[in-house]
Write a protein that binds this ligand. Structure first.
Ligand SMILES: Cc1ncc(COP(=O)(O)O)c(C=O)c1O
Length: 375
């Protein structure tokens, strides 16, 4: 493979550091942490994950199959709506099935008797500011509010599932938990487990692990019979590696210089446009729009035909040159699962930087991958 192929590089040392920390947090908080595939599903790394965690969570048939066949354990599955045609196959790959609504429960629960059954509940409280990521916004399609739950739960319901965080700290969880308990504790004596969803960014620098420990100590004292599960995704792959791209051309319009790269924001870093957030670029400083025409300052542009496939601007130490590496930091979680082949643009390879410094190419993509999606 040529050196110049763009590549996502997951760094084993950083992944193991996150996994070790999560294992420690799980022990200290008396809870189980499981991996949410929606954020990370590079299955060739699963043997490493299995050294630290036991289970995973799926949100579709394919993710449930990945859990069963590649991770080697049935999944904790939640989907906003199961379909008739897929439900039995999902059940076959799942240990836990959570229903998003009472109507889905009514329709399918008799076919899920081999699983532990849960209901997703909506505490009507979330501090997630970006509406795209707020599952408790008015009109949400997620979860059952307390006023809709029957006083006596059906006897086959074992658990509650509640997801209302996004890259959140323990302080947010503390405040949210008050609402969860206020709304749903009347039912806690009828269930065996509670899943507090994802969005707990325990591996972020500064996350207050002691606070989480105290919160969970109190929770276990109040409800000693409840098994607690957290299912973060981002926390596992947080800051575990970059996307390495290259400058292919430099164009200039009205003094605004754009370095066109061999990657695309819309194809290979879609959260940058969707979330939106500005990624960190190694050796460059993000500057305001007014500074776009200044020296050594560039927009970075994708190689798709979408006009908005650019971000900027970044100031570099020196002028950019064709062939130069542009390194986008922290491009593993969500990015690697969300990429697409719009325009047929070459997809970056996926590599793993091992502890001994060796780079293993896990996957290289080519024309066949593009073609096979269009059969
Ligand atoms: C139900 C559910 N669980 C877990 C996650 C993972 O969240 P995160 O990757 O932010 O930890 C999400 C993210 O959207 C989710 O919707």
């Amino acid at each position: 493979m040529e050196n110049s192929t763009p590549i996502y590089i997951i760094e084993e040392a950083k992944l193991r550091r996150n996994l070790a920390l999560i294992k420690d947090v799980a022990e200290r908080t008396g809870s189980e942490f499981i991996l949410a595939f929606k954020a990370f599903a590079l299955w060739k790394t699963f043997p490493i994950f299995r050294e630290y965690i036991q289970s995973t969570t799926a949100s579709s048939l394919s993710e449930a199959m990945l859990a069963y066949h590649e991770f080697g354990k049935k999944a904790h599955t939640f989907s906003p709506a199961y379909t008739d045609g897929e439900f039995d196959d999902i059940v076959a790959c799942s240990s836990h099935i959570t229903f998003n609504s009472l109507s889905q429960y009514e329709r399918f629960h008799h076919r899920a008797s081999s699983c532990s059954i849960g209901l997703r509940v909506n505490p009507e409280y979330s501090e997630v500011g970006t509406m795209l990521y707020n599952p408790c916004a008015p009109g949400t399609r997620f979860g059952i509010t307390a006023d809709k739950l029957p006083k006596e739960l059906p006897s086959d319901i074992d658990g509650f599932h509640c997801h209302c965080h996004c890259e959140s700290g323990a302080d947010v969880f503390e405040r949210t938990l008050r609402h969860i308990e206020e709304k749903f504790s009347p039912w806690f004596s009828q269930i065996k487990w509670i899943n507090f969803g994802g969005g707990h960014l325990v591996t972020r620098k500064g996350y207050d692990i002691e606070l989480l420990e105290r919160i969970m100590k109190g929770f276990h004292q109040r409800y000693p019979h409840l098994k607690v599960i957290f299912e973060p995704g981002s926390a596992f792959a947080w800051q575990t590696g970059p996307l390495v791209a290259h400058v292919v051309d430099i164009v200039n319009d009205r003094g605004i210089k754009t370095a066109i790269l061999d990657v695309s924001f819309t194809c290979h870093m879609p959260d940058c446009l969707e979330m939106p957030y500005h990624p960190e670029v190694r050796g460059a400083e993000l500057v305001d729009l007014e500074e776009a025409t200044k020296e050594n300052t560039y927009r970075l542009g994708g190689n798709s035909c979408l006009s908005g496939d650019f971000m900027g601007s970044w100031r570099f130490k020196n002028p950019l040159v064709i062939g130069q590496e542009i390194i986008f930091e922290d491009m593993i979680h969500y990015t690697t699962v969300k990429t697409n082949m719009f325009n047929g643009i070459s997809h970056p390879s996926i590599g793993m930087l091992h502890m001994d410094g060796k780079l293993e190419i896990l996957r290289h993509f080519g024309y066949e991958d593009y073609r096979n999606r269009m059969d």
